[in-house]
Design a protein around this ligand. Structure first.
Ligand code: FRU
Length: 458
């Protein structure tokens, strides 16, 4: 029955009730994708953080499980990551799943201390069903930095050690450990590079492949100071040698230019592909969006790939291939449906629009402006926008290729659209809240569409 609630997404994960923000501890094990998330189960606004838990076999359909981590004497449970300890380095047991998270101590904060964020760990020996907090927590104590959080841990095979990538105010600090319990500082990165309009949060570090060459990607979420003012996901490309990260560029790169993808990081333990997922909201208004019993959804899962351009490396995103296994209808320019995936291919780049609308005159317009060479999402007339001054806006992302063929994939749900253009080089996510669900999708263009397909999701 909750699937019929107003604005409730159909093909995105959202909690049954209560508040959600960042995705946490994404890890794959034995056929199951685990997704934990920042969760306040007792209220629809941010509050005492728990780790909620959901699982999926295909990254499309999610099942919510009982809460995994509750606040404890060291604090509430802020963002972090999870690993499978295949080598039993921590001694918790074979194939132990270990979460590494920030304990946020509100009592210490209120008392005026700067040391209220510390890193702790917990483990599960039954694939995430039950969790035990390590009795030696915290495993990394705060040296006196107010923003000291969101550990992303991964195994660095070349050095046979764990690397923790930690957001430390205006930079990233890397730590290493043989056993997840003892951590040593390796280096710092980024104080003078990238966007600094807000505090650095939720980082990630992983290699991607460029024809056999390993290029390292460092994701750094930032709030405020994103491409639209509020929250956003920037990244750096470069090298990592087990000790320090070196960027191969100076400019700022954004993974998603829309207003509503934040705190995105990638799954651990998915050999052969790198899968990313973010929180589909923005701190500018996340606490006041007009949903009833819950707040926020995640983005869809996206596969990340490296693209080499004359300007250096670009990280492109596409919906994971699991989204292709759905019903398809083609060749119809006026489609009476939402909740699906629309794919267009045009033989020559020219302006066009895709309009989602309902019968009370509300609409969200997505399109491409050939003159300005940019894609856009315009939600000025999308429905309820009054809850936040500035929500009614138009957003753009540049086109990053001169290719004669333009391809565009839109993932459309009840209250969101995700745009992936030119092989995922240009990406944008935006949410909207029409007073009645959109029912119509109209494509208007002045060049022939080579190929169009619309796949409706079950
Ligand atoms: C990012 C963030 C994290 C923090 C969490 C708290 O959205 O602020 O830095 O760990 O949310 O819920």
């Amino acid at each position: 029955a909750w699937a019929q609630e107003m604005h409730r997404p159909a093909i995105h994960f959202s909690p049954k009730k209560g508040w959600m923000n960042d995705p946490n501890g994404m890890v794959y094990l034995n056929g199951t994708y685990h997704l934990f998330f920042q969760h306040n189960p007792d209220s629809t606004v941010w509050g005492p953080m728990h780790w909620g838990h959901a699982v999926s076999k295909d990254l499309v359909h999610w099942k919510e499980l009982p809460i995994a981590l509750y606040p404890d004497s060291l604090g509430t449970i802020f963002s972090g990551s999870a690993v499978v300890d295949f080598n039993n380095t921590a001694g918790f047991g074979k194939q132990a799943m270990v979460t590494i998270y920030t304990n946020h101590n509100h009592r210490l904060e209120a008392a005026g201390s700067d040391k209220f964020q510390n890193q702790s760990i917990a483990y599960s020996l039954d694939e995430g069903k039950t969790w035990t907090k390590y009795n030696g927590n915290p495993v990394l104590s705060n040296p006196g930095i107010r923003d000291f959080r969101d550990p992303k841990v991964s195994w660095y095979e070349a050095g046979k050690k764990w690397i923790m990538t930690l957001a430390t105010k205006d930079r990233i600090t890397f730590y290493s450990s043989p056993d997840l319990k003892h951590w040593k500082e390796e280096s710092q990165f980024g104080k003078d590079l990238g966007a600094h309009g807000g505090v650095w949060e939720c980082p990630d570090l992983f290699p991607l492949n460029d024809n056999g060459r390993e290029i390292w990607v460092l994701i750094v979420n930032i709030n405020p100071g994103g491409p639209n003012g509020g929250s956003g996901t920037q990244y750096f490309t470069g090298s990592f040698d087990g000790h320090s990260f070196k960027a191969d560029h100076t400019g700022t790169k954004w993974l998603d230019y829309g207003p509503d993808e934040y705190a995105g990081v990638t799954w651990s333990n998915t050999p052969g592909r790198r899968i990313f997922l973010g929180w589909m909201s923005n701190w500018d208004y996340a606490n006041v969006v007009p949903t009833q019993n819950w707040r926020s959804a995640t983005s869809i899962a996206r596969e990340l790939k490296l693209v080499k351009t004359s300007d250096g490396y670009l990280v492109a995103s596409q919906p994971v291939r699991e989204f292709n296994k759905v019903k398809t209808s083609t060749g119809n320019y006026h489609i009476k449906a939402t909740k699906g995936k629309l794919a267009l291919s045009l033989s020559r780049a020219a302006s066009f629009t895709v309009t989602l609308s309902n019968d009370v005159g509300e609409q969200t317009v997505i399109g491409y402006d050939h003159q300005k060479r940019e894609y856009f999402i315009d939600r000025r007339l999308s429905g309820d926008t009054a809850f936040h001054n500035g929500f009614a806006a138009r957003y753009t992302v540049p086109r990053f290729t001169h290719s004669a063929v333009l391809d565009l994939t839109l993932v459309i749900d009840v209250s969101s659209v995700e745009l992936f253009a030119d092989g995922g080089r240009s990406v944008m996510t935006a949410i909207f809240f029409p007073h009645k669900d959109y029912t119509d999708l109209n494509i208007s263009r002045n060049v022939p569409v080579k190929k169009i397909s619309y796949e409706e999701f079950e």
